[in-house]
Design a protein. Structure first.
Length: 330
């Protein structure tokens, strides 16, 4: 069993990564149904929360069926981080996570996300501010370092644990790599094997199949792993990995009905949470992933991404059902 504060997670938990414009409540609901053990909100700007920006506030929405769930914040100002932690505290997630890993330029330029990897003293001060602002367990997600010549994750892990961080997720790339090149989990393994480190250490980066998940679990000896891009349009990845861990067998891929049902649920829940118009528009980015590799699907995808009526979209899903009733997914 893995513990973060009073949160008890199963042995070797699978975490859903916080992904901007992806990890919202409708998507998290699907991933929870398919085996995610711990999930996080999209990352939320501390400045946005303090300004009462509507988009930031909406990201605080969590539901009991998601638990345990964490809310992730980012920022480069100590006062703003403490205040935003107090705001997060009021909606009572299970934990507060700090993003020190986002490599996107507009975040890094503000001295936040992966930008903080250049200044570990600042990282420590920002983390202390969050711990001061909340009664909840505080965890951190970060990267190996700024670039290949400044990998400082060993120091980061020790210093964060020393001030009270209760779990650390490490994306096995540097900021300079963005999302390209290969992740190198040997650095995370070194952190885990450090006798001073007692908090749970989770690995992230390039887990896209049950086989790779088992290989990395056995090879690197971590406490669990976080899955991001592989879950987009494919929430079944969590069930598949767990089944493979237990049996050594691969589950058959989700059939066409399962994919249609997942996309329909995702759309329905998006409309319920965001309102019909926004829910329909923001769902469009997901259809390609739900129906990836399906032969001759372009015509239906085009219909799904251009139709503005909830009723018509449901009819399109029925059309897809009829057209692919005998389709075999290998």
């Amino acid at each position: 069993m893995v513990k973060i504060g009073n949160i008890e997670l199963p042995d070797f938990p699978l975490l859903l990564a916080p992904m901007e414009d992806v990890s919202d409540p409708p998507f998290r609901r699907l991933c929870k149904q398919h085996g995610a053990d711990l999930m996080y909100s999209e990352f939320i700007s501390s400045e946005g929360l303090i300004r009462d920006a509507m988009k930031s506030r909406m990201k605080l929405d969590i539901f009991d069926y998601e638990r345990p769930v964490g809310i992730q914040i980012f920022g480069g100002d100590e006062e703003a981080m403490e205040l935003s932690a107090k705001i997060v505290d009021t909606v009572q997630p299970d934990l507060v996570d700090i993003n020190f890993g986002c490599p996107v330029k507009k975040v890094v330029c503000k001295g936040a996300g992966a930008g903080v990897l250049k200044d570990v003293d600042l990282m420590v001060r920002l983390t202390k501010a969050v711990i001061k602002g909340t009664s909840l367990p505080v965890t951190v997600k970060t990267r190996l370092g700024w670039d290949e010549n400044s990998i400082n994750i060993d120091e980061v892990a020790e210093r964060l644990q020393d001030i009270g961080v209760q779990a650390l997720t490490i994306h096995a790339r540097t900021r300079a790599q963005m999302y390209k090149g290969h992740s190198d989990w040997s650095h995370i393994q070194r952190v885990k094997e450090n006798p001073r480190i007692t908090m749970p250490i989770f690995g992230n980066g390039d887990i896209d199949s049950p086989q790779k998940a088992l290989e990395y679990k056995n090879k690197y000896g971590l406490d669990g792993m976080m899955i991001g891009r592989a879950a987009i349009g494919y929430p079944w990845i969590f069930d598949e990995i767990k089944h493979y861990f237990k049996t050594g067998e691969l589950l058959p891929p989700p059939d066409m009905e399962a994919r249609i049902q997942a996309a329909q649920n995702h759309l329905t829940w998006s409309m319920e949470w965001k309102g019909e118009r926004v829910g329909i528009v923001e769902m469009r980015r997901h259809y390609t992933n739900y129906f990836k590799g399906i032969h001759n699907f372009k015509e239906y995808r085009q219909k799904l991404v251009t139709n503005d009526s909830a009723e018509e979209l449901m009819k399109i899903f029925d059309e897809i059902r009829d057209a692919y009733s005998d389709y075999q997914i290998v």
